[in-house]
Design a protein around this ligand. Structure first.
Ligand code: ATP
Ligand code: MG
Length: 177
């Protein structure tokens, strides 16, 4: 199965991101990613066996990612896959934590591509480049806390995501539960 590690926005933020997707869809076209699938990919793990998914789940459930904030403040475009996204550079802390996940994955024999982490949330696929004007300003703050291990299954209506496991919330770690 296809796996990735991601931060999943809370429903209200997903709704706001979806509204940005709608705003960009008008001038840029393409396929609007449904609200339920909006996420920040931390690491794409590729095709993995059920046994690997199981051991990654057990591992992730013991990890604490650490709470933090991510400021989304810009539109962006990946010309190759024709993806319109919103994002922001992310704090040094977010970069460090993502790098630490990537380092841990090496222990599972998983090498993550691409090397450089550019924090973004894809909103539209197969879209034209965003115009310089006419798009609403992006100004969203996301308080994240837990990483999800997600499996992605292709369907005729796009990929269906299922969360297999999550890292521990920070408080849990301190209370020793
Ligand atoms: P679909 O492929 O149906 O359009 P999707 O891209 O959301 O949907 P997946 O292809 O399973 O679903 O990808 C899951 C996540 O991993 C997405 O965030 C995607 O951008 C990212 N991803 C997919 N392939 C790669 C890759 N080769 N390298 C890095 N990230 C990837
Ligand atoms: Mg894909």
């Amino acid at each position: 199965m296809r796996l990735f590690l991601a931060l999943i926005p809370p429903p209200e933020l997903r709704r706001q991101l979806g509204q940005l997707g709608d705003a960009a869809h008008a001038p840029c076209g393409g396929r609007r990613i449904v609200d339920d699938n909006l996420h920040l990919t931390l690491a794409f793990l590729g095709e993995r066996s059920a046994a690997e998914a199981e051991s990654l789940s057990r591992w992730l459930e013991r990890q604490v990612f650490g709470a933090g904030q991510w400021r989304l403040d810009r539109w962006g475009y990946f010309a190759g896959p024709r993806i319109i996204w919103v994002g922001g550079p992310g704090s040094a802390e977010l970069q460090r934590r993502q790098a630490s996940l990537v380092a841990s994955l090496k222990g599972f024999g998983i090498v993550v591509q691409p090397r450089q982490f550019r924090p973004h949330i894809s909103l539209l696929r197969n879209a034209s480049p965003p115009p310089d004007t006419d798009l609403p300003k992006v100004g969203l703050d996301w308080s994240y806390a837990r990483v999800s291990l997600v499996s992605s299954v292709p369907t005729p209506h796009g990929s269906r995501y299922t969360t297999l496991a999550q890292s521990r919330p920070q408080d849990d770690a301190f209370s020793g539960k």
